[in-house]
Design a protein around this ligand. Structure first.
Ligand code: 7PJ
Length: 287
């Protein structure tokens, strides 16, 4: 059984029920909410503040900020660009709100600087495979989320291939986990994520989704991010990612039912309502 809480610096993340991680994209080109925090070509702190305030009021337990777009085909950002996007917003959140902040990054220097500025969690879609990342994460002492991705964002959706997607992704995460432990990261600080949409066909994503319980069986908290992703668009035939709300909320509940500990979502209010109703019914069943 996984622990029911996760120590994140001076705060504790309650995992006795699914935690909601609200997404704040600091990129001008994210696939579903790209550029909403920009005023012209400049990231607007006042716009960010409004969005973050709403996410927290809506019930997010964690705010996930990221300065690199990892959507299929996205161009790479420089370290400086990433730092310029992430650090001011991180400082803003830490100084104004009593929340957990996760930093979505693969870049060692961003991990270090974000740790110095008060981040609570490192969320890496490359599972600390970039140079210096594992050392930076280990030195931070923060919990880390290790996500599976086949290839790189630029190429990951070109005919992804697996022998057995569940076995392969589980093996990858087990191997990254071991590398983390060897680098000095405590096992109880490791979160695992199958990486929905990262180098996976619809069939791969659905097979993995149905196997969430196998990831949960590892004993680590499992993070699931399917919000507004193409897999939902493909199931429903909806091109426009901003119109994938119902599918996203439904999948969040299904993920929670399969044991996911953290749900990474765009639509915090709607997801929280759905999870609250589901939780109420579980408690009723147990009466
Ligand atoms: C994920 C992520 C995910 C984790 C993104 C998007 C693409 N981090 N960062 N898991 N996805 N841990 O939001 O659609 O699934 S960026």
């Amino acid at each position: 059984m996984s622990a029911l809480s996760l120590k994140c610096r001076d705060k504790v993340l309650d995992l006795s029920r699914p935690a909601i991680m609200g997404i704040v994209n600091l990129t001008p080109d994210s696939f579903s909410d790209g550029g909403q925090l920009y005023a012209g070509s400049k990231l607007s702190q006042s716009k960010a503040l409004v969005v973050i305030e709403k996410i927290l009021k809506d019930g997010a337990n964690i705010v996930d900020i990221g300065g690199e777009s990892t959507r299929p085909g996205a161009t790479e950002v420089s370290e400086q660009q990433e730092l310029d996007r992430v650090l001011p917003i991180l400082e803003l959140i830490v100084s104004r709100f009593d929340t957990l902040v996760s930093v979505d990054t693969s870049t060692a220097v961003v991990m270090r600087e974000a740790t110095a500025k008060g981040a609570h969690l490192i969320n890496d879609v490359r599972a600390l495979r970039r140079e210096g990342a594992i050392e930076a994460a280990a030195q931070s002492g923060l919990p880390v989320c290790l996500m599976h991705m086949q290839n790189q964002p630029q190429t990951m959706q070109f005919e992804p291939v697996y022998q057995d997607v569940v076995v392969d992704v589980l093996a990858f995460l087990a191997s990254r986990k071991q590398d983390c432990i060897d680098a000095g990261i405590a096992a109880e600080k490791i979160i695992l994520d199958p990486g929905f949409g990262f180098g996976k066909t619809l069939a791969h994503n659905l097979t993995l989704f149905n196997a969430i319980d196998q990831f949960v069986a590892s004993g680590h908290p499992v993070l699931v991010g399917v919000s507004r992703k193409a897999m939902i668009g493909q199931v429903l035939g909806i091109e426009d990612s901003s119109k994938r709300l119902i599918g996203s909320v439904m999948m969040a509940v299904l993920a929670a039912q399969r044991g996911a500990a953290i749900l990474r979502v765009h639509d915090v209010l709607e997801t929280k309502q759905a999870i609250d109703v589901w939780q109420t019914m579980i408690i009723k069943e147990e009466d």
